[in-house]
Design a protein around this ligand. Structure first.
Ligand code: WA2
Length: 281
């Protein structure tokens, strides 16, 4: 093949890949900003108003009718920070016990039927979900600190005051890998240089969004009608020597490969989009 054609082919791949990566990153950024705004909404109208102006019904309706503002998310939910000393009072008030995410029986956890879940064992503190968008109503009453990825996200969110992302993991009631975005909700306006202790003390809850990456990226790529031309894979490359596939299936290399960088706003996580042509020239 002549080098001019080769160069054009490389350029086409780079442009297509960068365009898709930018679209994914922009849509992620848009929804991240809206999840942040939801955290402020909960702070203002649930914690900042007595009595609270938000209950499950209002949260469910509001988040469902604003879902179009959060592309790529499969649902949002709010978990409360509950110390062990407040557990009894909390459970009596809500009329249910705080549930554990992990049980001996993996199948039952994935089904996520609350009656099948065990009560959370005694811990210093819990993060039970009290409000949820209809699409993730199955996580209401589950202690989010009892799941490894969710727990790490909660601890990092409240320590940083920023939106934080998990590594890809299998979400409840889903057969796909997904990621969770978390913002901490505080009961005071913390100074930018607040200490970790101040941040933990001021934390009242956690607003989180789940992203079912494969189905949502699929939807995005379909809008571009190029699925016949290029193969797209998205990776979490936080651990450079062990990338995790978030989207796509590793297919036979057709020679040309182009890598676009992706920035999902959490400096601790690294992501990349890998593109190649489906057919050799
Ligand atoms: N949301 C939906 N499905 C999940 C999940 C989750 N976490 N974890 C596992 N499957 C309420 O960070 C607080 C949402 C967690 C937020």
């Amino acid at each position: 093949l002549n080098t001019g054609i080769m160069r054009r082919r490389e350029e086409t791949l780079a442009n297509m890949c960068d365009e898709r990566a930018r679209m994914l990153q922009d849509q992620f950024n848009v929804s991240m900003n809206h999840v942040h705004a939801l955290a402020i909404l909960v702070s203002t109208f649930h914690h900042g108003k007595h009595p609270s102006a938000i209950d499950q019904k209002i949260f469910g309706e509001y988040t469902e009718s604003t879902a179009f503002e959060r592309p790529l998310t499969s649902g949002v939910a709010y978990a409360l920070k509950v110390l062990h000393s407040d557990r009894m009072h909390f459970e009596k008030q809500h009329g249910w016990t705080i549930k554990k995410m992990e049980t001996e029986n993996e199948a039952l956890v994935q089904d996520c039927i609350p009656e099948n879940l065990d009560p959370a064992p005694i811990q210093d503190e819990y993060a039970p979900v009290i409000f949820a968008q209809e699409t993730v109503s199955h996580i209401v009453s589950i202690d989010m600190m009892s799941g490894k990825e969710d727990r790490e996200n909660i601890l990092r969110a409240r320590a940083s005051g920023k939106g934080v992302l998990t590594s890809p993991f299998k979400l409840l009631k889903s057969n796909h890998l997904g990621v969770v975005l978390t913002f901490a909700v505080y009961n005071t306006n913390l100074p930018l240089d607040a200490t970790l202790e101040q941040r933990i003390e001021a934390t009242v809850g956690y607003l989180g969004a789940s992203y079912d990456v494969p189905s949502l990226v699929d939807k995005l790529l379909h809008q571009l009608a190029s699925k016949q031309t290029i193969v797209v894979n998205v990776y979490d490359t936080t651990n450079a020597s062990a990338p995790i596939t978030m989207y796509g299936t590793d297919v036979a290399d057709t020679g040309l490969l182009y890598i676009s960088s992706l920035d999902f706003g959490d400096p601790l996580r690294k992501h990349e989009m890998h593109c190649s042509f489906k057919q050799r020239p």
